[in-house]
Design a protein around this ligand. Sequence first.
Ligand code: IMP
Ligand code: MG
Length: 175
Amino acid sequence: MNLKVESVLISEEELQQRIEELGQQISHDYAGRNLLLLGVLKGAVVFLVDLAKAIDLPLQMDFMAVSSYGASTQSSGVVRILKDLDSAVDGRDILVVEDIIDTGLTLRYILDNLAMRNPASVKVCALLVKERPREDGIKADYVGFRIPNKFVVGYGLDYADLYRNLPYVGILRTE
Ligand code: IMP
Ligand code: MG
């Protein structure tokens, strides 16, 4: 199978401008709180780094890794913790930073898991949300862009662990 980026969906400039706006909104909403950015490895790393720089507040970062699609463009629906948080989160205001919400299964699992750890609050900031039906009604509190239901890569998003370093989000052509 020959894989190529077919077109640019969101340019580097559009990404950076939107992240600046999200950072300002989050800085406003979390002023005086106990903010912990919780990055979901590996896809959210590129976004989290730029988002953190756009937030003008004291904050801490922690990371969690969960199983994702592997070398497939379909969600398996099976979620597993591969790496847990380093820190305790009780009393913290957690902002889960995700690269993309597709089926919502990964996020559902993470939110259920965090709820058992007694945080002060949990919200979600997703760079991308795919326009598709989602049974469970799960949604992000902060959304970068809503995108068509296509497989995308770049800016942290991978196919078979490749393309994460593209500075833009592109649509992958599978042929
Ligand atoms: P969900 O559980 O179906 O919402 O999928 C969430 C995870 O699947 C994301 O954190 C991504 O790692 C991965 N994912 C979903 N859609 C895409 C895509 O279009 N490109 C790359 N990764 C994706
Ligand atoms: Mg992935």
